[in-house]
Design a protein around this ligand. Structure first.
Ligand SMILES: C[S@@+](CC[C@H](N)C(=O)[O-])C[C@H]1O[C@@H](n2cnc3c(N)ncnc32)[C@H](O)[C@@H]1O
Length: 318
């Protein structure tokens, strides 16, 4: 780093290597070889950041969505001594779901329900907040209220900074209400849900009310997450037959257990209906949260990390 000539040659070489990285990773003949190539490419990117002196600083990114909705994001560096700070960066899943929701809001229930009430939208594990901010910019303050939640204090600080950067002054029209940023830990909701009958359990305000739409992007990446998220959705999703939880998950070769945990934890609606066909329980007690449909989305080059081979988008409801 101290020799300008050496540094410039190294940076040129690393830039060329990273530019060809995606192609090189895809040429790997086995999953193992591809994973190793991903690791090497990431190491090269970190080295390049060190050489250019940007490794510890935040990166400003601008996302352009149709409508038009423009979001400016501060992606901070993941804290090297804290692997739980992954929400300091924007993950491909949130951009993909935001793009789809902006393109066809009605297909995701993002429209007024004709009951005079504001649409109540909640994001779990919001990270940098792209998805929540896009939702807030789709509606006027009379039409919807968006709550962006996370549990990590540094992530929440960064999320608050992003919201004020996009909803203060000239960047925002006064008619859009900024998302409310609140701390919400799925573990805590799981404890509440496990401590008694779900219908009687109540988290504290404002989570003592139920939501029309719950969204989550790339929030299941540890084996226990699926169960915590299921409890959270059971406590927080409205039971009116038209309220849904949209969950988008990248399929990573290194996270097959977590990908499978969604199917193991959430039953398929068709299986739930079969179970009920023979039973004589009351209708209210019979309701179970289940996967209503799943769609597969191909990776778009340039969005998300190269190890995200495909995405699964689940629609989950009562
Ligand atoms: C991979 S990041 C995805 C962030 C964002 N949704 C995106 O797509 O850019 C996962 C997020 O889940 C949050 N998270 C992890 N465990 C959590 C928990 N127990 N309760 C609430 N949020 C949690 C993390 O802090 C992080 O922001």
């Amino acid at each position: 780093r101290t020799d300008r000539f050496e540094r410039s040659v190294a940076m040129k070489w690393l830039t060329g290597f990273i530019t060809r990285g995606e192609e090189w990773i895809e040429e790997g003949t086995t999953g193992e070889e591809q994973t190793e190539r991903i690791r090497v490419t990431e190491d090269a990117a970190s080295l390049l950041a060190v050489c250019s002196g940007t490794s510890s600083g935040p990166l400003m990114r601008t996302f352009d969505f149709p409508h038009p909705i423009i979001i400016h994001i501060r992606d901070a560096s993941i804290l090297s001594q804290d692997h739980t700070s992954v929400g300091l960066q924007t993950w491909g899943s949130s951009c993909i779901l935001a793009q789809r929701m902006v393109e066809s809001p009605a297909a995701y229930g993002l429209q007024q329900r004709g009951d005079g009430e504001k649409l109540n939208i909640l994001e779990l594990g919001a990270g940098t907040g792209v998805l929540s901010m896009v939702m807030a910019k789709l509606f006027t303050s009379d039409e919807a209220q968006v709550i962006a939640t996370d549990y990590h204090s540094a992530v929440l600080d960064n999320l608050r900074a992003n919201v004020s950067g996009n909803f203060d002054g000239a960047l925002s029209s006064a008619s859009h209400e900024p998302p409310m940023v609140l701390s919400l830990d799925w573990r805590h909701l799981h404890c509440i849900a496990s401590s008694g009958a779900i219908r009687d359990a109540k988290p504290e305000a404002p989570f003592d009310t139920s939501f029309d739409i719950i969204i989550g992007a790339d929030i299941i990446y540890e084996p226990e997450h699926a169960l915590w998220i299921k409890s959270s959705v059971e406590l927080l999703l409205k039971r009116d037959g038209r309220s849904f939880f949209y969950l988008i998950m990248p399929m990573r070769p290194t996270h097959e257990v977590e990908t499978a945990s969604v199917r193991e934890t959430f039953p398929l609606a068709a299986d739930v209906q079969k179970d009920h066909a023979g039973g004589g329980e009351e209708e209210g007690a019979m309701k179970r949260i289940a996967i209503l449909d799943v769609s597969e989305i191909d990776r778009v080059i340039g969005t998300g990390r190269v190890d995200e081979v495909r995405y699964l988008l689940y629609r989950i409801g009562w």
